[in-house]
Design a protein around this ligand. Structure first.
Ligand SMILES: Nc1ncnc2c1ncn2[C@@H]1O[C@H](COP(=O)(O)OP(=O)(O)OP(=O)(O)O)[C@@H](O)[C@H]1O
Ligand SMILES: [Mg+2]
Length: 449
Protein backbone atom coordinates (compact mmCIF):
# COMPACT_ATOMS: atom_id res chain seq x y z
CA UNK A 1 0.00 0.00 0.00
CA UNK A 2 1.31 3.44 -0.88
CA UNK A 3 1.97 5.96 1.88
CA UNK A 4 0.49 9.42 1.96
CA UNK A 5 1.15 12.35 4.27
CA UNK A 6 -1.55 14.99 4.57
CA UNK A 7 -0.60 18.37 6.04
CA UNK A 8 -3.30 20.90 6.87
CA UNK A 9 -3.55 23.21 9.87
CA UNK A 10 -7.29 22.60 9.80
CA UNK A 11 -7.65 19.20 11.49
CA UNK A 12 -11.07 18.63 9.91
CA UNK A 13 -9.67 18.88 6.37
CA UNK A 14 -6.95 16.38 7.22
CA UNK A 15 -9.47 13.95 8.71
CA UNK A 16 -11.72 14.16 5.69
CA UNK A 17 -8.89 13.38 3.32
CA UNK A 18 -7.55 10.50 5.37
CA UNK A 19 -11.03 8.95 5.47
CA UNK A 20 -11.38 9.37 1.72
CA UNK A 21 -8.05 7.71 1.03
CA UNK A 22 -8.30 4.95 3.62
CA UNK A 23 -9.55 2.27 1.23
CA UNK A 24 -6.53 2.53 -1.06
CA UNK A 25 -3.70 4.21 0.82
CA UNK A 26 -2.05 4.35 4.19
CA UNK A 27 -2.54 8.00 5.07
CA UNK A 28 -1.34 10.09 8.02
CA UNK A 29 -2.61 13.57 8.75
CA UNK A 30 -0.52 16.30 10.43
CA UNK A 31 -1.54 19.77 11.53
CA UNK A 32 2.07 20.80 12.10
CA UNK A 33 4.23 20.92 8.96
CA UNK A 34 7.43 20.46 10.99
CA UNK A 35 6.13 17.17 12.33
CA UNK A 36 5.06 16.13 8.87
CA UNK A 37 8.53 16.88 7.59
CA UNK A 38 10.13 14.87 10.39
CA UNK A 39 7.86 11.96 9.56
CA UNK A 40 8.75 12.29 5.89
CA UNK A 41 12.47 12.29 6.65
CA UNK A 42 12.18 9.19 8.74
CA UNK A 43 9.63 7.11 6.85
CA UNK A 44 9.34 8.73 3.46
CA UNK A 45 6.02 8.83 1.61
CA UNK A 46 4.84 8.24 -1.92
CA UNK A 47 2.67 11.31 -1.90
CA UNK A 48 2.51 14.45 0.21
CA UNK A 49 -0.65 16.54 0.17
CA UNK A 50 -0.20 19.93 1.77
CA UNK A 51 -2.10 23.11 2.40
CA UNK A 52 -0.34 26.30 1.35
CA UNK A 53 -1.16 28.73 4.14
CA UNK A 54 -0.22 27.40 7.54
CA UNK A 55 0.99 29.34 10.55
CA UNK A 56 4.22 27.46 11.37
CA UNK A 57 5.62 26.76 7.96
CA UNK A 58 4.43 27.94 4.61
CA UNK A 59 3.33 25.05 2.31
CA UNK A 60 5.70 26.40 -0.30
CA UNK A 61 8.62 25.97 2.07
CA UNK A 62 7.48 22.48 2.97
CA UNK A 63 7.34 21.66 -0.72
CA UNK A 64 10.89 22.91 -1.21
CA UNK A 65 12.20 20.94 1.79
CA UNK A 66 10.49 17.75 0.64
CA UNK A 67 11.84 18.09 -2.88
CA UNK A 68 15.29 18.63 -1.41
CA UNK A 69 15.06 15.33 0.45
CA UNK A 70 13.53 13.44 -2.43
CA UNK A 71 13.15 15.13 -5.79
CA UNK A 72 10.86 12.34 -6.97
CA UNK A 73 8.30 12.79 -4.20
CA UNK A 74 4.85 13.60 -5.52
CA UNK A 75 3.46 16.70 -3.83
CA UNK A 76 -0.12 17.88 -4.16
CA UNK A 77 -1.23 21.30 -3.03
CA UNK A 78 -4.59 21.87 -1.36
CA UNK A 79 -6.29 24.96 -2.68
CA UNK A 80 -9.34 26.86 -1.66
CA UNK A 81 -10.99 29.40 -3.88
CA UNK A 82 -8.63 32.12 -2.78
CA UNK A 83 -5.32 30.42 -3.45
CA UNK A 84 -5.27 29.55 -7.13
CA UNK A 85 -2.27 31.82 -7.72
CA UNK A 86 -0.38 30.07 -4.97
CA UNK A 87 -1.17 26.68 -6.50
CA UNK A 88 0.16 27.78 -9.85
CA UNK A 89 3.32 29.02 -8.21
CA UNK A 90 3.65 25.72 -6.33
CA UNK A 91 3.30 23.71 -9.51
CA UNK A 92 6.04 25.78 -11.07
CA UNK A 93 8.18 24.88 -8.07
CA UNK A 94 7.67 21.19 -8.57
CA UNK A 95 4.30 20.34 -7.04
CA UNK A 96 2.55 17.71 -9.11
CA UNK A 97 -0.95 19.12 -9.12
CA UNK A 98 -3.51 20.63 -6.76
CA UNK A 99 -6.60 19.30 -5.01
CA UNK A 100 -9.42 21.79 -4.73
CA UNK A 101 -11.46 22.25 -1.60
CA UNK A 102 -14.11 21.08 -0.96
CA UNK A 103 -12.71 17.68 -1.89
CA UNK A 104 -14.50 15.54 -4.39
CA UNK A 105 -13.57 11.93 -3.51
CA UNK A 106 -13.60 10.67 -7.11
CA UNK A 107 -11.52 13.55 -8.34
CA UNK A 108 -8.99 13.11 -5.54
CA UNK A 109 -8.58 9.37 -6.08
CA UNK A 110 -8.27 9.70 -9.85
CA UNK A 111 -5.60 12.38 -9.51
CA UNK A 112 -3.58 10.36 -7.02
CA UNK A 113 -3.78 7.12 -9.00
CA UNK A 114 -2.72 8.88 -12.14
CA UNK A 115 0.20 10.58 -10.40
CA UNK A 116 1.48 7.28 -9.05
CA UNK A 117 1.12 5.58 -12.40
CA UNK A 118 2.94 8.41 -14.18
CA UNK A 119 5.72 8.27 -11.65
CA UNK A 120 6.28 4.55 -12.05
CA UNK A 121 6.25 4.97 -15.82
CA UNK A 122 8.79 7.75 -15.56
CA UNK A 123 10.95 5.61 -13.30
CA UNK A 124 10.87 2.71 -15.70
CA UNK A 125 11.65 4.98 -18.61
CA UNK A 126 14.61 6.52 -16.89
CA UNK A 127 15.98 3.18 -15.76
CA UNK A 128 15.55 1.99 -19.33
CA UNK A 129 17.38 5.05 -20.57
CA UNK A 130 20.20 4.43 -18.15
CA UNK A 131 20.41 0.82 -19.16
CA UNK A 132 20.51 1.91 -22.75
CA UNK A 133 23.29 4.40 -22.09
CA UNK A 134 25.57 2.05 -20.26
CA UNK A 135 27.98 0.37 -22.58
CA UNK A 136 26.93 -3.04 -21.29
CA UNK A 137 23.25 -2.53 -22.16
CA UNK A 138 22.09 -4.69 -25.03
CA UNK A 139 21.10 -3.07 -28.27
CA UNK A 140 18.74 -5.11 -30.36
CA UNK A 141 18.12 -4.62 -34.02
CA UNK A 142 15.09 -6.78 -34.54
CA UNK A 143 14.82 -8.31 -37.99
CA UNK A 144 14.46 -11.63 -39.72
CA UNK A 145 14.40 -10.09 -43.16
CA UNK A 146 16.99 -11.54 -45.50
CA UNK A 147 18.16 -8.22 -46.83
CA UNK A 148 18.46 -6.81 -43.31
CA UNK A 149 20.39 -9.84 -42.09
CA UNK A 150 22.84 -9.40 -44.95
CA UNK A 151 23.19 -5.73 -44.08
CA UNK A 152 23.85 -6.54 -40.45
CA UNK A 153 26.48 -9.10 -41.37
CA UNK A 154 28.20 -6.49 -43.48
CA UNK A 155 27.93 -3.85 -40.75
CA UNK A 156 29.42 -6.24 -38.26
CA UNK A 157 32.37 -6.89 -40.51
CA UNK A 158 32.88 -3.20 -41.20
CA UNK A 159 32.62 -2.42 -37.49
CA UNK A 160 35.89 -4.25 -36.83
CA UNK A 161 37.78 -1.95 -39.19
CA UNK A 162 38.40 1.76 -38.85
CA UNK A 163 36.85 2.80 -42.14
CA UNK A 164 34.27 5.53 -42.31
CA UNK A 165 30.73 4.32 -42.61
CA UNK A 166 27.82 6.10 -44.22
CA UNK A 167 24.36 5.01 -43.21
CA UNK A 168 21.50 5.93 -45.49
CA UNK A 169 17.81 5.43 -45.05
CA UNK A 170 14.50 7.16 -44.61
CA UNK A 171 13.46 8.59 -41.31
CA UNK A 172 12.81 6.05 -38.56
CA UNK A 173 14.39 3.03 -40.28
CA UNK A 174 16.89 2.58 -37.47
CA UNK A 175 19.99 4.48 -38.62
CA UNK A 176 20.93 5.63 -35.16
CA UNK A 177 20.28 2.18 -33.75
CA UNK A 178 22.65 0.77 -36.36
CA UNK A 179 25.33 3.27 -35.37
CA UNK A 180 25.06 2.22 -31.72
CA UNK A 181 25.32 -1.41 -32.76
CA UNK A 182 28.35 -0.73 -34.93
CA UNK A 183 30.06 1.05 -32.07
CA UNK A 184 29.37 -1.94 -29.80
CA UNK A 185 30.66 -4.35 -32.40
CA UNK A 186 33.83 -2.34 -32.85
CA UNK A 187 37.06 -2.59 -30.86
CA UNK A 188 36.29 0.99 -29.78
CA UNK A 189 33.29 -0.08 -27.71
CA UNK A 190 34.86 0.87 -24.37
CA UNK A 191 35.33 4.45 -25.44
CA UNK A 192 32.70 7.03 -26.25
CA UNK A 193 30.18 7.15 -29.04
CA UNK A 194 29.59 10.88 -29.49
CA UNK A 195 26.46 11.70 -31.51
CA UNK A 196 26.17 15.10 -33.18
CA UNK A 197 23.01 16.18 -34.91
CA UNK A 198 24.34 18.43 -37.65
CA UNK A 199 20.86 19.73 -38.34
CA UNK A 200 20.53 21.07 -34.81
CA UNK A 201 23.86 22.90 -34.78
CA UNK A 202 23.80 26.31 -36.43
CA UNK A 203 26.06 26.51 -39.47
CA UNK A 204 28.57 28.98 -38.11
CA UNK A 205 29.34 27.13 -34.90
CA UNK A 206 29.79 23.64 -36.35
CA UNK A 207 33.57 24.02 -36.38
CA UNK A 208 33.85 25.17 -32.81
CA UNK A 209 31.45 22.44 -31.64
CA UNK A 210 33.32 19.69 -33.43
CA UNK A 211 36.91 20.86 -33.24
CA UNK A 212 36.73 23.04 -30.14
CA UNK A 213 38.09 26.55 -29.77
CA UNK A 214 40.73 28.49 -27.90
CA UNK A 215 39.84 31.14 -25.39
CA UNK A 216 39.38 34.42 -27.22
CA UNK A 217 39.09 32.79 -30.66
CA UNK A 218 35.94 34.81 -31.29
CA UNK A 219 33.57 37.07 -29.38
CA UNK A 220 31.94 35.03 -26.65
CA UNK A 221 34.69 32.39 -26.56
CA UNK A 222 35.56 33.15 -22.96
CA UNK A 223 36.83 29.64 -22.24
CA UNK A 224 38.82 27.06 -24.14
CA UNK A 225 36.42 24.36 -25.30
CA UNK A 226 37.13 20.76 -26.22
CA UNK A 227 35.28 19.73 -29.35
CA UNK A 228 33.32 16.56 -30.03
CA UNK A 229 36.17 15.07 -32.05
CA UNK A 230 38.51 15.22 -29.08
CA UNK A 231 35.79 13.84 -26.82
CA UNK A 232 35.37 10.90 -29.16
CA UNK A 233 39.08 10.10 -29.10
CA UNK A 234 39.61 6.34 -29.52
CA UNK A 235 35.86 6.05 -29.90
CA UNK A 236 33.29 6.85 -32.55
CA UNK A 237 31.81 10.13 -33.68
CA UNK A 238 28.36 9.99 -35.24
CA UNK A 239 27.48 12.87 -37.56
CA UNK A 240 23.73 12.59 -38.01
CA UNK A 241 21.97 14.45 -40.84
CA UNK A 242 25.30 15.19 -42.47
CA UNK A 243 23.44 16.39 -45.57
CA UNK A 244 22.41 19.53 -43.74
CA UNK A 245 25.95 20.87 -43.27
CA UNK A 246 27.18 23.80 -45.32
CA UNK A 247 29.89 23.62 -47.94
CA UNK A 248 32.46 25.47 -45.87
CA UNK A 249 32.17 22.99 -43.05
CA UNK A 250 32.33 20.11 -45.52
CA UNK A 251 35.70 21.39 -46.73
CA UNK A 252 37.01 21.51 -43.17
CA UNK A 253 35.72 18.07 -42.38
CA UNK A 254 37.31 16.65 -45.50
CA UNK A 255 40.64 18.08 -44.44
CA UNK A 256 40.32 16.48 -41.03
CA UNK A 257 39.62 13.11 -42.60
CA UNK A 258 42.57 13.43 -44.94
CA UNK A 259 45.08 14.63 -42.39
CA UNK A 260 43.90 12.86 -39.26
CA UNK A 261 44.34 16.02 -37.23
CA UNK A 262 42.04 18.77 -36.04
CA UNK A 263 42.72 22.41 -35.30
CA UNK A 264 40.80 24.11 -32.53
CA UNK A 265 39.27 27.31 -33.81
CA UNK A 266 41.82 30.04 -33.13
CA UNK A 267 44.77 27.68 -32.76
CA UNK A 268 47.47 26.80 -35.29
CA UNK A 269 48.42 23.66 -33.37
CA UNK A 270 47.34 20.37 -34.98
CA UNK A 271 45.86 17.81 -32.59
CA UNK A 272 46.06 14.23 -33.83
CA UNK A 273 42.80 12.33 -33.43
CA UNK A 274 41.96 8.67 -33.47
CA UNK A 275 38.25 8.64 -34.24
CA UNK A 276 36.05 6.42 -36.36
CA UNK A 277 33.49 8.47 -38.23
CA UNK A 278 30.00 7.25 -38.93
CA UNK A 279 27.68 9.59 -40.78
CA UNK A 280 24.00 9.27 -41.51
CA UNK A 281 21.73 10.90 -44.01
CA UNK A 282 18.45 10.25 -45.67
CA UNK A 283 18.67 8.85 -49.14
CA UNK A 284 18.78 12.25 -50.83
CA UNK A 285 22.49 12.66 -50.18
CA UNK A 286 23.48 11.57 -53.69
CA UNK A 287 20.97 14.02 -55.06
CA UNK A 288 22.54 16.72 -52.92
CA UNK A 289 25.90 15.79 -54.44
CA UNK A 290 24.52 16.05 -57.96
CA UNK A 291 22.92 19.37 -57.11
CA UNK A 292 26.27 20.67 -55.88
CA UNK A 293 25.06 21.17 -52.32
CA UNK A 294 27.23 18.40 -50.95
CA UNK A 295 30.87 18.05 -51.91
CA UNK A 296 31.50 14.94 -53.92
CA UNK A 297 35.06 14.50 -52.58
CA UNK A 298 33.70 14.39 -49.04
CA UNK A 299 30.92 12.09 -50.12
CA UNK A 300 33.43 9.58 -51.51
CA UNK A 301 35.47 9.76 -48.34
CA UNK A 302 32.47 9.17 -46.13
CA UNK A 303 30.94 6.40 -48.16
CA UNK A 304 33.86 3.96 -48.09
CA UNK A 305 31.32 1.59 -46.60
CA UNK A 306 27.71 2.49 -47.29
CA UNK A 307 24.88 0.82 -45.49
CA UNK A 308 21.43 1.50 -46.85
CA UNK A 309 18.67 0.46 -44.50
CA UNK A 310 15.52 -0.37 -46.44
CA UNK A 311 12.21 1.24 -45.47
CA UNK A 312 9.80 -0.88 -43.49
CA UNK A 313 7.35 -1.17 -46.38
CA UNK A 314 10.02 -3.15 -48.26
CA UNK A 315 10.38 -5.66 -45.45
CA UNK A 316 6.86 -6.17 -44.23
CA UNK A 317 7.85 -9.70 -43.19
CA UNK A 318 9.49 -8.00 -40.19
CA UNK A 319 6.17 -6.68 -38.90
CA UNK A 320 5.32 -9.67 -36.64
CA UNK A 321 8.78 -9.69 -35.03
CA UNK A 322 8.76 -5.94 -34.51
CA UNK A 323 5.22 -5.92 -33.15
CA UNK A 324 6.21 -8.61 -30.66
CA UNK A 325 9.28 -6.67 -29.69
CA UNK A 326 7.33 -3.46 -29.06
CA UNK A 327 4.52 -5.29 -27.24
CA UNK A 328 7.20 -6.53 -24.92
CA UNK A 329 8.92 -3.17 -24.65
CA UNK A 330 5.67 -1.40 -23.69
CA UNK A 331 4.16 -4.22 -21.67
CA UNK A 332 4.62 -2.17 -18.50
CA UNK A 333 2.15 0.43 -19.76
CA UNK A 334 -0.63 -2.12 -19.97
CA UNK A 335 0.38 -5.49 -18.53
CA UNK A 336 -2.92 -7.19 -19.41
CA UNK A 337 -2.39 -6.90 -23.18
CA UNK A 338 -1.46 -10.30 -24.61
CA UNK A 339 -1.29 -9.63 -28.32
CA UNK A 340 -2.91 -8.11 -31.38
CA UNK A 341 -6.31 -9.12 -32.72
CA UNK A 342 -6.56 -10.58 -36.24
CA UNK A 343 -8.25 -7.44 -37.50
CA UNK A 344 -5.57 -5.37 -35.82
CA UNK A 345 -2.85 -7.36 -37.53
CA UNK A 346 -4.62 -6.92 -40.83
CA UNK A 347 -4.42 -3.16 -40.38
CA UNK A 348 -0.76 -3.23 -39.36
CA UNK A 349 0.10 -5.30 -42.43
CA UNK A 350 -1.87 -3.03 -44.68
CA UNK A 351 -0.10 0.25 -44.09
CA UNK A 352 3.00 1.69 -45.71
CA UNK A 353 4.68 3.40 -42.75
CA UNK A 354 6.17 6.65 -44.04
CA UNK A 355 7.67 7.06 -40.54
CA UNK A 356 9.00 3.49 -40.70
CA UNK A 357 9.84 1.61 -37.52
CA UNK A 358 9.55 4.67 -35.31
CA UNK A 359 6.00 5.07 -36.53
CA UNK A 360 5.17 1.42 -35.91
CA UNK A 361 6.66 1.74 -32.45
CA UNK A 362 4.55 4.82 -31.74
CA UNK A 363 1.41 3.08 -32.97
CA UNK A 364 1.99 0.16 -30.61
CA UNK A 365 2.92 2.36 -27.67
CA UNK A 366 -0.15 4.53 -28.14
CA UNK A 367 -2.37 1.47 -28.54
CA UNK A 368 -1.04 0.08 -25.27
CA UNK A 369 -2.11 3.28 -23.54
CA UNK A 370 -5.58 3.35 -25.07
CA UNK A 371 -6.51 -0.34 -25.18
CA UNK A 372 -8.97 -1.50 -22.54
CA UNK A 373 -9.17 -5.21 -23.48
CA UNK A 374 -6.38 -7.80 -23.52
CA UNK A 375 -5.72 -7.55 -27.28
CA UNK A 376 -4.83 -4.54 -29.37
CA UNK A 377 -7.79 -3.95 -31.67
CA UNK A 378 -8.24 -1.65 -34.68
CA UNK A 379 -9.96 0.83 -32.35
CA UNK A 380 -6.73 1.39 -30.45
CA UNK A 381 -4.28 0.99 -33.33
CA UNK A 382 -4.66 4.48 -34.66
CA UNK A 383 -3.33 4.11 -38.17
CA UNK A 384 -3.81 7.15 -40.40
CA UNK A 385 -6.56 5.99 -42.72
CA UNK A 386 -5.61 7.84 -45.87
CA UNK A 387 -2.20 6.21 -45.77
CA UNK A 388 -3.25 2.60 -45.70
CA UNK A 389 -1.27 1.20 -48.69
CA UNK A 390 -3.24 3.20 -51.22
CA UNK A 391 -5.56 0.29 -51.83
CA UNK A 392 -8.55 2.54 -51.29
CA UNK A 393 -7.35 5.08 -53.80
CA UNK A 394 -5.66 3.06 -56.54
CA UNK A 395 -7.60 0.10 -57.81
CA UNK A 396 -5.27 -0.98 -60.60
CA UNK A 397 -4.61 -4.68 -60.17
CA UNK A 398 -1.00 -5.66 -59.66
CA UNK A 399 0.18 -2.17 -58.80
CA UNK A 400 0.16 -2.41 -55.04
CA UNK A 401 3.56 -0.79 -54.65
CA UNK A 402 3.56 2.91 -55.32
CA UNK A 403 6.47 4.58 -57.08
CA UNK A 404 8.84 6.84 -55.16
CA UNK A 405 7.16 9.92 -56.58
CA UNK A 406 3.73 8.75 -55.47
CA UNK A 407 5.00 8.04 -52.00
CA UNK A 408 6.55 11.47 -51.72
CA UNK A 409 3.31 13.03 -52.89
CA UNK A 410 1.39 10.97 -50.34
CA UNK A 411 3.84 11.87 -47.63
CA UNK A 412 3.57 15.55 -48.39
CA UNK A 413 -0.21 15.38 -48.32
CA UNK A 414 -0.14 13.45 -45.08
CA UNK A 415 2.18 15.96 -43.41
CA UNK A 416 0.00 18.87 -44.51
CA UNK A 417 -3.09 17.14 -43.13
CA UNK A 418 -1.49 16.31 -39.82
CA UNK A 419 -0.11 19.84 -39.49
CA UNK A 420 -3.55 21.23 -40.15
CA UNK A 421 -5.06 18.88 -37.59
CA UNK A 422 -2.53 20.18 -35.04
CA UNK A 423 -3.18 23.81 -35.92
CA UNK A 424 0.33 24.07 -37.30
CA UNK A 425 1.96 23.05 -34.02
CA UNK A 426 5.10 21.33 -35.25
CA UNK A 427 6.05 19.51 -32.07
CA UNK A 428 2.60 17.96 -31.82
CA UNK A 429 2.56 17.15 -35.54
CA UNK A 430 5.97 15.48 -35.37
CA UNK A 431 4.77 13.40 -32.44
CA UNK A 432 1.66 12.29 -34.31
CA UNK A 433 3.65 11.51 -37.42
CA UNK A 434 6.07 9.48 -35.39
CA UNK A 435 9.08 11.45 -36.56
CA UNK A 436 11.32 13.84 -34.73
CA UNK A 437 11.12 17.62 -34.94
CA UNK A 438 14.20 18.08 -37.11
CA UNK A 439 12.99 15.44 -39.53
CA UNK A 440 9.64 17.19 -39.81
CA UNK A 441 11.37 20.49 -40.32
CA UNK A 442 13.56 18.97 -43.03
CA UNK A 443 10.62 17.39 -44.77
CA UNK A 444 8.62 20.62 -44.66
CA UNK A 445 11.55 22.38 -46.21
CA UNK A 446 11.94 19.73 -48.88
CA UNK A 447 8.25 19.73 -49.79
CA UNK A 448 8.02 23.48 -49.54
CA UNK A 449 5.25 23.28 -46.95
N1 LIG B 1 15.16 -3.15 -36.31
C1 LIG B 1 14.73 -2.51 -35.22
N2 LIG B 1 14.44 -3.19 -34.12
C2 LIG B 1 13.99 -2.56 -33.02
N3 LIG B 1 13.80 -1.26 -32.92
C3 LIG B 1 14.06 -0.51 -33.99
C4 LIG B 1 14.56 -1.09 -35.19
N4 LIG B 1 14.77 -0.10 -36.08
C5 LIG B 1 14.40 1.04 -35.47
N5 LIG B 1 13.99 0.80 -34.22
C6 LIG B 1 13.49 1.81 -33.26
O1 LIG B 1 12.81 2.79 -34.01
C7 LIG B 1 13.09 4.09 -33.51
C8 LIG B 1 13.73 4.94 -34.60
O2 LIG B 1 15.02 4.46 -34.89
P1 LIG B 1 16.25 5.45 -35.17
O3 LIG B 1 16.19 6.61 -34.27
O4 LIG B 1 17.48 4.63 -35.15
O5 LIG B 1 15.88 5.89 -36.66
P2 LIG B 1 16.64 6.88 -37.63
O6 LIG B 1 16.79 6.17 -38.91
O7 LIG B 1 17.86 7.41 -36.99
O8 LIG B 1 15.55 8.02 -37.83
P3 LIG B 1 15.74 9.60 -38.18
O9 LIG B 1 16.21 9.67 -39.60
O10 LIG B 1 14.36 10.15 -38.05
O11 LIG B 1 16.71 10.15 -37.21
C9 LIG B 1 14.00 3.90 -32.31
O12 LIG B 1 13.22 3.87 -31.15
C10 LIG B 1 14.62 2.55 -32.56
O13 LIG B 1 15.00 1.94 -31.36
MG1 LIG C 1 18.32 9.36 -36.39
Amino acid sequence: MKNIIVVDDDPMAGKILVRMLRSEYRAHAFVDPAQALAHFMEHGADIVITDLKMPEMDGMELLARIKEINADAIVFIITGFASVDGAVRAIKMGAHDYLAKPFNPDDVLVKLTRAIREQSLEKQCSSYRQRDDRSTGEIHIISGNEQMLAIMAMARKAARTDSNILILGETGVGKELMVKKIHRWSPRRDNLLVPVNCCAVAGGIMESELFGHEKGAFTGADKTRTGFFEMADKGTIFLDEIGSTDIRFQVNLLRVLQEGVIYRVGSPRPIPIDVRLVAAANQDLEKEVRAGRFRSDLYYRLSVVTITIPPLRERMDDIPLLVDHFLHKYQHINPSVRGVSAAGYGMLQDYNYPGNIRELENIIERAMIIETTDTLRPESLLIPRQKRSGRETTDTPGSSTAGAGDIREMEKKHIIEVLAACNGKKIEAARRLGINKTTLWRKMKRYGI
